[in-house]
Design a protein around this ligand. Sequence first.
Ligand SMILES: C[S@@+](CC[C@H](N)C(=O)[O-])C[C@H]1O[C@@H](n2cnc3c(N)ncnc32)[C@H](O)[C@@H]1O
Length: 247
Amino acid sequence: MNTPAILKTFHKGKMKEYFVRPEGEMHTDIGIIKLDELREKNFGDKISTHLGVELVIQKPRAPDLFIHARRSGAPMMPKDIGVIISNTGLCSSDIVLDAGTGSGILAIYLGSIAKRVVTYEVREDFLELARDNIALAGLSNIELRLGDIVTEIQKLDEKFDVVTLDTMASAQVVPYVPDIIYPGGFLVAYSPFFEQAKEIREAIGKTNFIEVRTIETLEREISFTDRGTRPSTARVGHTGFITIVRF
Ligand SMILES: C[S@@+](CC[C@H](N)C(=O)[O-])C[C@H]1O[C@@H](n2cnc3c(N)ncnc32)[C@H](O)[C@@H]1O
C-alpha cells in the first residue's frame, strides 16, 4: 500500500494505535516499526516491531481522523456529527455548504458520504491545517475556501442540499441561507451556549422555514468490569445544542 494507515495492537491490557504514512521508521515504546515495510503490505495484514510486537494494519476512516488529526480548536464530537447525518438524511447525491472548517473533522465526515462539500474558514492557518487533515483522509470532494462566511454566502450563486454552521457568526449567516438552499434542504447550526442557540432561533424565526427544532445529545459509555456493569463514571459532558431547520 502507498497510503496512510492505522496500526493497532492490544498490548499489556492497553490499546495502542498509530496513524502513519508508509515511509521511514517510527520509535515507539513497543519497539521500532519500519514503516517502509507497509509498501509491501495490504490492509488486514500485520507488521511487527523490532521487539516482536504485532500490529494489525487498518484502513483509516473518519473516526480515526477525529482521534489522530491535528487540531486548530475543538472539533465537533462524533455523537453530534451522527445527529447531523441522521437528521438530514445526508446521502451520496448531496452538495453541502459547511462553515467554519476548523480542523475539518465535520467536513471529513460529511465528505465521506456526500457528493461534494464546500467549506469556508476565516483563518488561513486553520484552513491549511484542515487541508492537511483532509489529504490524510484521502478525500478529493471537499473544496476549502478562505473567507468570512457572513459575507461569502451573500456572493454565492450555487445551491446546496445541506448547510452546516459551526461558528460564533452562525446567526448572522441564517438570513442568507434560504437563497442558497434547495427546497426541502436542511440547515444545521451547532451552538455551544444557550444564548447562541437562542440567537439562531430568533434569526430562523425571520426566514421562510418549514420546520425547526433544537436538541442536545447525551452519550453514556457502559463500563464492564469484574465488579459489575454500569454507565462509565468518566463521561462526555455538554458539547453543544443542535438546531435543525428544514426549508
Ligand atoms: C468550532 S470551529 C469548527 C470545528 C469544525 N466543525 C470541526 O469539526 O473541526 C469554528 C471555526 O469557525 C471559524 N470561523 C469563525 N468565524 C467564522 C466566519 N465568520 N467565517 C468562517 N469561519 C469562521 C473559526 O476560525 C474556527 O476555525
